[in-house]
Design a protein around this ligand. Structure first.
Ligand code: COA
Length: 185
């Protein structure tokens, strides 16, 4: 049993609910600032719903929202259907206790179980490499806006899913209604 077990037992990960949305938005504003909506990765999420069954909330024993992660349907150029992971954030007072890793593992395992083949993201390679993400999978893929190349990473859930992947990454998620869109952002 890993040494992170006592911390791991002090939170729970469950599917996101509509009631989580205000607290999730506050958490993301605190983690990334209001300019988060201007990021290139936001263009692949704007006006869309997260991928079916792939929005998760970490909650404290008292039910407080302390972490969030969502994945989004995209087309990864020539590789076809894929997922975009993010944003992921953990409450500033609860970081370093394994909640982020648990959210990542839960999200990636759920994506695998649901039959998805690959995941892309824009983020800090030193954090995401521990989950298997690599720049090697995204070298010939392009996002619909500027990103620092070394932050554009991919992960194969199915071996070779991103072999030779090239071209533009495009949003393919279900379009949200107005109210849902504001919740999903
Ligand atoms: C990134 C984040 C979700 C991790 O959550 P967490 O619950 O603290 O993560 P864990 O406890 O599982 O892991 C902590 C480890 O990740 C490392 N880490 C955290 N953020 C990191 C980053 N941006 N780059 C490299 N390593 C990072 C910590 O140093 C720590 O390392 P250690 O295991 O060697 O001690 C959280 O720090 C957060 O919300 N950050 C602000 C939002 C953000 O930057 N999100 C995406 C990153 S691009």
């Amino acid at each position: 049993m890993s040494s992170s077990m006592p911390s791991a037992m002090s939170f729970m990960i469950r599917p996101e609910t509509a009631a989580d949305v205000p607290a999730r938005e506050r958490l993301l504003d605190q983690a990334f600032g209001k300019r988060r909506h201007a990021k290139t990765s936001a263009r692949l999420r704007d006006g869309r719903l997260p991928a079916e069954g792939l929005a998760f909330t970490a909650v404290s024993p008292s039910g407080r929202v302390i972490g969030s992660v969502r994945l989004w349907n995209i087309i990864a150029g020539s590789a076809g259907p894929s997922l975009l992971l993010g944003p992921i954030a953990v409450d500033g007072r609860r970081r370093g206790k394994g909640i982020g890793a648990a959210l990542m593992e839960h999200a990636l395992n759920s994506a695998r179980v649901l039959g998805h083949d690959s995941v892309l993201l824009v983020g800090d390679a030193p954090y995401y490499e521990r989950f298997g993400f690599s720049r090697a999978f995204t070298r010939s893929l392009h996002l619909p806006g500027p990103v620092e190349a070394e932050r554009f990473l991919g992960l194969e859930l199915t071996p070779h899913a991103l072999d030779g992947a090239e071209g533009l990454v495009a949003a393919s998620g279900v379009l949200a209604s107005g109210a849902e869109s504001r919740k999903a952002a």
